[in-house]
Design a protein around this ligand. Structure first.
Ligand SMILES: Cc1cc2nc3c(=O)[nH]c(=O)nc-3n(C[C@H](O)[C@H](O)[C@H](O)COP(=O)(O)OP(=O)(O)OC[C@H]3O[C@@H](n4cnc5c(N)ncnc54)[C@H](O)[C@@H]3O)c2cc1C
Length: 415
């Protein structure tokens, strides 16, 4: 094999591409991931969802509810009866990567969003604030701490919404001169910049000291997630050094917990021997006899990347895995069959937060997630994650679950 030839080439390095890559690289496969830009993982607030809603109703037991989903849903394609095992495998692989989570696939818990409302969740990163019920918090009284000038945390909204869950909320500001340095440029008091500034050294201790000064040992303190860009060591250290019971709340994106997951998965993939081609775009594919024979990238326009198996993990409209043109929604790399409303007027409707038809768009696959082109399955191209049709992360709360379970199902197929 030469350096442009692989067992598997994955297009897209978001949650689905990275986890599929890790699962394959763990078995010694020669895997490459080509990824154009940061992924939707950077928006993730530190929780993963398997199935949060069916027909607008909150789901308490996702594995049970999966059985009722329509046949075109990706969970039905991987096999409803396999979802429990795949979910356990995903949780274990995240832990192997160093991403430790709480939660089970049999019973949802509730994560707290950056606006302070609850949403059903399957896994939450350790340290994140969660609840075991949608309409209450596990605490009667919390202290909401904020850094002066921090702009990724709408604290009054959060406080109001938490108080609606029957909790007394006290707001306190803290100021740590060395940590709040970015404040000199107000636009930079953002979670990611703070996490980089704080690191795991002496500034972390200064933050702990400031929290201890602003709270007592018997308080529950909620702090925006502003530590731990590379791993969760600073998160655990801070919790140890603070006398109060400390939990973290997701902030507006870019999110520190989401960026941390992306970073850790990428490092682990590379440590396992995977090739990660960051900042490169797969721009043309060659095909012959119903198979993909090579993929050209923006940085390798004359020599194709060649593999036995290809996996499309290029995400949805936001990541340009799908593109909206004047004529329709297309998959730009392979020209795959796409399930999308034909008439442009039917892509969306009024009611911004409603079930928007364009959100269901995605590539059409056969029952084993092989991509369809002109109604024929491509033998060596499978699709995973949010590029798939038949699901909707916003209205079903199934985005990250679809990413992980389809990634593992396809990795198993390839292995
Ligand atoms: C606004 C929003 C809110 C969401 N909320 C939730 C939620 O509440 N719960 C939930 O479970 N899920 C939610 N999701 C969904 C969840 O974030 C996604 O399911 C998940 O992150 C998608 O992962 P992915 O790996 O399939 O794709 P992505 O994360 O989109 O990654 C695809 C990657 O492929 C790259 N790429 C695309 N084309 C190419 C190419 N030609 N060559 C190389 N690279 C390419 C992109 O640059 C990107 O890095 C939300 C998504 C969005 C956008």
């Amino acid at each position: 094999m030469n350096k442009t030839s692989f067992d598997t080439l994955i297009i897209g390095g978001g949650l689905s591409g990275l986890t599929c890559g890790v699962a394959l690289a763990k078995t010694g496969r020669r895997v490459a991931i080509v990824s154009a830009a940061p992924s939707a993982l950077q928006l993730n607030g530190g929780a993963m969802e398997l199935l949060g809603y069916v027909d607008g109703q909150e789901v308490a037991h996702p594995l049970e509810a999966i059985a009722s989903l329509p046949q075109e849903h990706p969970y039905q394609k991987v096999g409803a009866d396999r979802c429990g095992a795949l979910a356990d495998e995903a949780k274990q692989l995240l832990a192997d990567t160093g991403i430790y989570t709480t939660g089970t696939a049999t019973q949802n818990h509730w994560r707290i969003t950056p606006l302070g409302v609850t949403k059903p969740a399957w896994l939450s990163l350790r340290g994140m604030a969660t609840s075991d019920a949608p309409n209450r918090l596990p605490w009667k009284r919390v202290t909401l701490l904020n850094l002066q000038g921090f702009i990724d945390f709408p604290i009054q909204f959060v406080a109001h919404n938490l108080s609606q869950l029957g909790c007394e909320v006290i707001i306190r500001d803290i100021m740590v001169e060395r940590i709040c340095q970015p404040r000199r440029t107000a636009a930079e008091m953002r979670a990611a910049n703070l996490a980089r500034t704080i690191g795991a050294g002496s500034k972390l201790q200064e933050l702990a000291d400031a929290i201890n000064k602003a709270s007592t040992a018997n308080e529950v303190v909620l702090l925006p997630a502003i530590t731990g860009m590379e791993d969760d060591y600073p998160v655990m250290q801070l919790r140890r050094r603070v006398a109060a019971s400390l939990h973290f709340l997701a902030t507006m994106p870019p999110s520190v917990p989401g960026t941390r997951m992306a970073t850790m998965l990428r490092h682990y993939f590379k440590m396992l021997g995977g090739t990660y081609l960051a900042g490169d775009t797969a721009c043309r594919a060659e095909m012959a006899d119903g198979r993909v024979t090579g993929v050209y990238t923006a940085k390798s326009l004359s020599t194709p990347l060649v593999a036995t198996h290809y996996v499309l993990a290029s995400g949805s409209l936001m990541s340009q895995g799908l593109i909206a043109t004047a004529d329709g929604i297309i998959e730009p790399l392979f020209g795959l069959d796409v399930d999308a409303p034909a008439e442009r007027e039917k892509w969306s409707h009024y009611g911004l937060m409603g079930d928007q038809p364009f959100m269901h768009s995605g590539v059409i696959t056969d029952s084993t997630l092989h991509a369809m082109k002109d109604n024929k399955a491509i033998e060596n191209l499978q699709c995973i994650g949010s590029v798939l049709s038949g699901h909707n992360p916003l209205t079903m709360g199934d985005g990250t679950g679809v990413d992980l379970l389809t990634a593992f199902a396809v990795a198993h197929d390839i292995i």
